[in-house]
Design a protein around this ligand. Sequence first.
Ligand code: DI6
Ligand code: FE
Length: 411
Amino acid sequence: MPDDTTSNMIWENATLLTLCDNGAPYGRIDDGALVIQDGLIAWAGPRAELPSPFSGLARRDCGGRYITPGLIDCHTHLVYGGARIDEFEQRLAGVRYEDIAHAGGGILSTVRATRETPEDQLYKTAATRLKQMIRHGVTTIEIKSGYGLDTESEMKILRVARRLGQDLPVDASVTFLGAHALPPEYKDNRQGYIDLICDEMLSRIAEDKLADAVDGYCEKVGFSAAEMDQVFQAATRLGLKVKLHAEQLSNCHGAILAARHKALSADHLEYLDEAGVDALASAGMVAVLLPGAYYFLKETQKPPVGLLRRYNVPMAIATDHNPGTSPALSLPLMMNMACILWGLTPEEALTGVTHHAARALGMADRGRLDPGQKADFVLWDIGHPAELAYQIGGNACAGVIKAGRELDLGD
Ligand code: DI6
Ligand code: FE
């Protein structure tokens, strides 16, 4: 999306939720004005205090709406073939997620479908899902691979993820997740698959610049901390950042391993203990919490939100969109779930899908309405900041502005 002067504008008659440290909850500014120049935020403050050099700019009346930073979905598995509705029915009938996986279903059923689906078709189905997310206020998204599990298929997914960020009005941070599950051809040779990831996949992906980070599923049904340590050493040698699915279904001490590698984030964290929280805090990492998977799996173990607060570990919230455990497309609904299911405050939830989500992706140029940050922001038809986390479904998004330019969200 080219930045140009036509987007230079004063967006006024709005309540700004800046998420900056200005002493007000949400960094709130009533009767505010947001000045955009060349795709960046030039100024944010009370309309009555607008600096005179900006007074000649064109103006846009926001009709008293609320403005937040653009939403950032920092954890998705958006690109995949096939569907898992049949498994949904099995699980409703009482079959456990792990048992479906051990019987060759679960992730591996989506792997079979993704390997067979042509690249353009993967793009089309993912683009349809992404357009719905944009209509809910998303301006930046993280997209993982992980349903290919062989070099060519993983690179196919990563190319689709890159293309989504180029073709659609959203920035895509792309993550390689080859260590998502053991592919059938390596079921008796775990080390062989780890070697394939470390010696072939990662170098091909780095050479083609297809990924910004490397992730792994550290879980009994996934990979051990020792196996992920090998993958993270190889990723670091290639200059790639790391993040980790950790402590989702049990405590495999993935968070401590991730902290040893100064990962950007550890994600899920339902079974995280105090030693793990301390490790995240010491490493300056973000805890990415995924209420959609917790809800969809009917999990009962909650992530240690009180400990994360006590250790000042920033919490981000994401959809974890994937066909098996979180077919979610609305970040505001995830905000609601994080509050209702785990006791986050509405302000923590909004910070979790903006400023903290940006940090989970290593991005310092977005996530607040702060001068110098990207002019990615959303207009909301709400009457109170907490309403963003209050609604169950529905869509209060009244406009999405990406790099200063308002998007056509269609009908
Ligand atoms: N954790 C999850 O919940 C998903 N992947 C992961 O690492 C499950 C993905 C799937 O079931 O397709
Ligand atoms: Fe995930």
